[in-house]
Design a protein around this ligand. Structure first.
Ligand code: GLY
Ligand code: MN
Length: 460
């Protein structure tokens, strides 16, 4: 973890951003796989991690705005716990690492909150995303689960987002470590891709790189010959000549910071000419988006720029027609690119998505409901310190093509006869991670092959 001062300063800043009352940050519990004693790898709640730094289950943090004190509530381990889990620091030792002086048994939480409520002090909490947190808050605050879900504090969400969106130099260093490990995951895969190997074998090797570096995955690995399925987590295919293999995988460091990279690799030594043409359009959209990164530029404009490059390229190839600006404004390009150009990244790979994209990526403004644009996670003006991904893609999704064609949707912009001939193409994207700086941007981590020549050279 960072030094105790880092966490103290973060909490102090939060105190200045929330007007009054208690800020309640729930740490996560173990999550059973199939019974209590067999849990998934423990993952601390990212906001708890950000403000308290402690990656142990069963902790609750309270930040008292007016009284200026912090408390961590938890449970001391018994000898029986230690028999199974080994020795751990005492609650007091853990708190000292986070710069917190006050500790209480977790059993005191209800009384502590009841006393605050009696004094009509507001109790701020973030939107709970785990059922056990909803049930705990329901019990502690005497609300129904439905009320809990509606009562997250917008004031707290806004304050947390404001801090966590702007990464500090020590966070950037940690993120860069995660991206470097992620790059090694991709280089490992690029060296393995060949006809006859399975998606599962490559996914296993990629996973190993993340684990061997001492952390975990930052999200489930996408390792697939069906790149057109955006979040495809099955690994049950054997790679065949003529196909492309898409890897979207990232590591999370032991401290919880994420990397997130995508690459697309031909299964054979070379891309086919069909694949090259589409790959090149996608790469041009990718590079155009990167070149436009700058503080003050709304990311929505960068996304639309990437969409226009894709639409122009697809028009040049005969898939689209008509005015490119009009086609993109109407959302016709979303047949091929139904998602967003990027997202925030930090302690979560989609950073703070649990707090609401409206606050994290849209500065409190509502998202568009247009197909395609509604999946854009980031639209707000970029600021120095933001860490974001760039990941435009081109996808031929047979079911979506069939549906739009049957509906005669956007026939003024889409040449369905030509699209029909690419229904078996699949999908592709590249993805890289960037820091927004005072005067532009900086690529995070070591670069991985992304031009056609660079990717093919990996297979020489
Ligand atoms: N790399 C996974 C995602 O961005 O959704
Ligand atoms: Mn991503």
């Amino acid at each position: 973890m960072f030094s105790a001062n880092t966490y103290k300063e973060r909490r102090q800043r939060l105190r200045t951003q929330v007007s009054s009352g208690l800020i309640l940050l729930l740490g996560n519990d173990e999550s059973p796989m199939n019974y209590r004693d067999n849990p998934y790898p423990f993952r601390q709640d990212s906001s708890f991690l950000y403000f308290f730094g402690l990656s142990y289950p069963g902790l609750v943090g309270v930040i008292d705005v007016e009284e200026g004190r912090d408390i961590i509530l938890g449970r001391e381990l018994t000898v029986e716990d230690i028999v199974w889990m080994g020795k751990q620091p005492s609650l007091e030792e853990k708190c000292a690492r986070a710069g917190v002086k006050g500790t209480l048994p977790l059993t005191d939480i209800k009384n502590l909150l009841a006393a605050a409520r009696l004094r009509k002090r507001p109790i701020h909490f973030l939107p709970p995303y785990r059922c056990e947190h909803i049930l705990k808050l329901s019990d502690w605050l005497e609300m129904t689960p439905e009320q809990v879900e509606k009562s997250a504090s917008v004031e707290l969400i806004t304050a947390v987002v404001d801090q966590r969106n702007k990464k500090t130099p020590e966070e950037i260093e940690e993120i860069e470590k995660a991206v470097d490990i992620s790059a090694d995951m991709h280089l490992t895969a690029m060296r393995m891709v060949r006809p006859g190997i399975t998606e599962a074998e490559i996914a296993a090797a990629v996973h190993q790189v993340a684990l061997a570096a001492g952390g975990q995955l930052s999200f489930p690995i996408i390792a697939t010959v069906n790149g057109q399925i955006l979040h495809n987590h099955s690994h049950d295919n054997i790679l065949q000549s003529g196909q492309m293999f898409l890897l979207d995988a990232g590591a999370e460091t032991a401290m919880g910071y994420a990397g997130d990279l995508s690459s697309t690799i031909p299964v054979d030594k070379h891309f086919t000419s069909r694949q090259k043409e589409i790959y090149q359009i996608c790469l041009e959209a990718h590079e155009a988006a990167i070149a436009a990164l700058q503080p003050g530029v709304p990311f929505k404009n960068i996304h639309l720029l990437a969409c226009r490059v894709i639409a122009q390229g697809l028009k040049d190839m005969g898939f689209m027609k008509g005015d490119v600006e009009e086609a993109v404004a109407a959302g016709a390009h979303a047949l091929f690119f139904p998602c967003g150009t990027g997202h925030m990244m930090g302690l979560d790979v989609h950073d703070m998505e649990n707090l609401g994209e409206k606050y994290v990526g849209y500065g409190g403004k509502e998202k568009s409901t247009q197909f395609g644009l509604k999946s854009l996670r980031l639209a707000r003006e970029l600021e120095p310190g933001f860490v974001i991904t760039i990941e435009p893609g081109i996808y031929f999704i047979p079911e979506l093509i069939d549906m739009w064609k049957a509906e005669a949707k956007f026939t003024q912009f889409i040449n369905y006869d030509k699209v029909e001939t690419y229904k078996d193409f699949g999908g592709l994207r590249n993805e890289e991670d960037f820091l927004i700086t005072e005067d532009g941007y900086r690529l995070l981590g070591k670069p991985i092959p992304k031009t056609i020549e660079e990717v093919e050279a990996m297979k020489a």
